[in-house]
Design a protein around this ligand. Sequence first.
Ligand code: A3P
Length: 296
Amino acid sequence: EKAASSIGRFPLVPVRGVPLMSHIANNWDSVWAFKPDPSDILIATYPKAGTTWTQEIIDLLLHNGDAEACKRAPTPVRSPFLEIASPPPIPSGLDLLKKMNPPRLIKTHLPFQLVPPGFWENKCKVIYVARNAKDNLVSYYFFDQMNKTQPEPGPFDGYIHKFMRGELGWGSWYDHVKGYWLEREKKNILYLFYEDMKENPQREVERIMRYLDVSVSDEAVRQIVELTSFKNMKENPMANYSCIPSPVFDQSISPFMRKGEVGDWTNHFTAEQSKVFDEDYDKQMRDLDIPFRVML
Ligand code: A3P
């Protein structure tokens, strides 16, 4: 309780131009020097793109769809968050990783250029999940209200502008999705979309399975799809972040498993906000054609 209440909202400090929470920036050299094992798997996302969902799918794939095995510990313990170094009760990623044997399933929100080079040197499997900008923004807005370690989100309209300018934690969404997209072939990154996972989870689970070179039965795939439905993960205490105490994640403000839908942005953006956002989006995304879908 004491540790939790001493956490507070961390300011953002730029690391090579990318705003990161100060506890990450202060620990940057150890993050950058991290040496993964070639068998480690990295799951990379911009915050709120479907990280936890994908972590659960992969953990289940690595455990042959065994629900009980995947309830051995909460998500951030089963699958450490590489750059997180905040005080207890949020476990430090590097500390957890030291105690685990490979293959480890490692989560990061770092943009491509800040991923520790050891991952590329060791040719680790890297799975990136991208989510359409407007839903990603809305999800982040609610998260920044309930996550007491992140900077105050302020009013929604101002938040939209911070998002467009790349001023939120982990920086620009636009640079993030583009950075991994540009390198996906050279670095053998599996690039997934949240919207594809919603549309056809079985297809995407099988895609991940093939990429990871694991093979589980059709029955296990069906079981994994079922166990990782939004509803089941929301009710699963080992997947819904109820492990983080309320002074840190106040789920009475907004649950971690909030809505889990495509197109929720239409409930939050006004027509005018949407227009301003789209005009800016076209400029920022003009150089690349990444096939995002804002509705299903
Ligand atoms: P919403 O806020 O739109 O509901 P991350 O894990 O990267 O922090 O992403 C969290 C977002 O993914 C939240 O979005 C959360 O509800 C959604 N999510 C988590 N598990 C999900 C699942 N099994 N199916 C669909 N969406 C899921």
